[in-house]
Each structure stands twice: as C-alpha cells, then as structure tokens.
Ligand binder design. Structure first.
Ligand code: FE2
Length: 319
C-alpha cells in the first residue's frame, strides 16, 4: 500500500512539474534594434512551402524577390510559411532566409504546425539562425508561440514598437472548426508591454488571422467612406468571435495591423485612426491570384507622427 502511495505521489509530481508554465518578465520578450533613416520593412506572407510544392522553384522566386529590393532593414514573415511540410524543408527555408544578412522575424499562421514535426521544432530551428529577431519560451504561460516585441530606437528613444503576435490556429466550437483569435492573455501581455515601456512609440502589430474590424473597414472602404489602396477579393476570414483587441490596441498608440491569411486580399485601409493592411501573397502555392503576388513594403519615417497610408506600398513581383 505504501509503495502505491509513493508511486502515485511521484506520478503526480512528474505530471504536475511537466505541465507547469513559467511566468517571464515583460522585458524577457524585448528586442531592441536601431532606427535607420527611412527604415524599410518587407512583409512576406503565406509562402506555403509543403511537400506538394516545388521547393526550389519557390525558393528561386523568393530569392529574386528579396534581391530585387536592396535596402531592406527587416523582413517580417506573417504566417503560413509552411503547410504539410517536413523537418528538412523547415531547416532549408530558415537557412535560406538567414543568408541575406538582413534581420528577419517570424510569426505563425494557422497552417505552420501542420507538418511532420512537433510544436516547438520551428522555434528550435529559428533559434539556431544568426539574423533572426525572435523570442519564445517553450515553457511560458502565454497562449501561442510568439508574443515578443521589437523596439526600433533612435538616440535611446523608441520610435516604433513592432508586436509579433501568434493569432493561433483553430477553434473547435463543438459543431465546426473555426479560426482562432488572439487570446485575452496575449492582449493583456501587449498591454503589460505598453505599460512597462511607458513611452510614445507608435505600435505596429504583425499577425496572421484578421480581426473582425477588417470586415468593418472593408465595408466602409467599398462604400468609399474611408481611404485606402488595393482590393479585397474574398471575405475576410476572421477568428471565431469578435474581441476587444482592436479597441485596446487603439488605446496603446497602435497605428497599424499587418496580416496575411486571405490570399487574394491586399487592401490597406485607414479605418478608425488605424491602418489595417493585408500583405501581398508571396508565392503561387495554394490558391492565389497571379496578379497579386509580391510583398508589402512598409517605410517608417523618422517622425513617427508622419506614419500614414503613404508608407505602406504593394510591390508586385510575379514569376
Ligand atoms: Fe495561407
């Protein structure tokens, strides 16, 4: 009987400690980089490399595209880089993206974990590269795999803050699978970052699945009530419920939301004092419009108050 008690106790401790999540400090999620005049961000999205895509063909395309713009300061990859991929392809891709000697950062889409690897494999490979700006803790207590931020500084002042957020994958409502959302604890974490930094930096959020406000913004854009560029050719496939993320982002001096997910949408809309922008799909894998392939070029002016629609451009780069 005593033996059983000890066994149960050991099992309980193993299970309990194995599942325990750790709370990190807000500053543990911080990356600082220097601002450069006309700081340029290349947003790549929905690359969708997988066992059914022609890896080398797509990589050649991406290489030509990246090389076509010679003054990029940062590449931001906003999800669905992989779909039904494998370890070899993941390793090769991050070796490829790291070789340009351009800083790059990465967040997840709903498909990236649908591969022949475990949840933390992509994180582990990224951590081995040289030019990544990336933080994640496998054992942290925040939902999702990326919840870090990048301060872009000039003379010790944060001009811009990029929040790199995982909008997660799917939600099972019991009746059907829907897209997930940015969870409450992630929004709270962004608020904690904002409170901790306590500055006037302008915030830009990069994630994958649109908020409901992308639908509202598009409706207003189609009625010509608000200004913008580009066109949305399919419904905005939002998460399973409307949250107050947008409202709370606005309270944190966040001025831009940059997403992917809907491959034939590329509208950039000024709505409710915020820029809501779909990236251009980077490749011709899965569904696409061949006239809507390329990347978004986001230029950060030295006075953050000047950041406007004019600073977000579509750069078409087909095959
Ligand atoms: Fe996608």
């Amino acid at each position: 009987m005593k033996k059983y008690t000890i066994l149960i106790l050991i099992t309980f401790l193993l299970v309990f400690t194995g599942c325990s999540k750790k709370q990190y400090n807000v500053s543990d999620y911080k990356i600082d980089i220097d601002y450069k005049e006309n700081f340029k961000i290349m947003q790549l999205t929905d690359i969708h490399l997988g066992v059914e895509s022609d890896y080398q063909y797509e990589i050649n395309h991406l290489e030509n595209m990246i090389n076509s713009q010679n003054d990029i300061d940062l590449i931001v990859i906003t999800g669905d880089t992989f779909t039904y991929s494998n370890k070899e392809m993941v390793k090769k891709f991050f070796g490829f993206i790291d070789k340009f000697n351009i800083k790059w950062t990465f967040t997840y889409g709903n498909h990236d974990l649908q591969g022949d690897y475990d949840t933390y494999f992509i994180n582990d490979i990224i951590k081995q590269t040289k030019n990544k700006l990336f933080i994640d803790y496998d054992d942290d207590d925040i939902t999702g795999l990326t919840n870090f931020y990048i301060n872009i500084k000039k003379d010790e002042i944060n001009l811009y803050r990029l929040y790199i957020v995982d909008s997660n994958t799917y939600y099972n409502s019991g009746i059907k699978y829907c897209y997930d959302i940015i969870h409450e604890d992630q929004i709270k974490h962004i608020e904690n970052i904002n409170e901790y930094e306590n500055d006037n930096a302008i915030g830009l959020v990069f994630f994958h699945i649109p908020l409901y406000e992308f639908i509202d913004a598009n409706n207003e854009y189609e009625k010509e009530n608000v200004s913008g560029t580009g066109k949305n050719n399919e419904d905005c496939c939002v998460g399973y419920k409307k949250t107050d993320a947008f409202k709370r982002f606005k309270n944190m001096n966040i001025k831009g939301l940059f997403i992917g997910h809907d491959h034939i949408n590329n509208a950039t809309i000024y709505y409710n004092d915020m820029i809501l922008s779909y990236g251009l799909k980077a490749t011709d894998v899965v569904y696409y419009d061949s006239t809507m392939i390329g990347y978004k070029l986001i230029t950060l002016p030295s006075n953050p108050l000047d950041f406007s629609l004019d600073n977000v451009k579509d750069v078409y780069y087909g095959y």
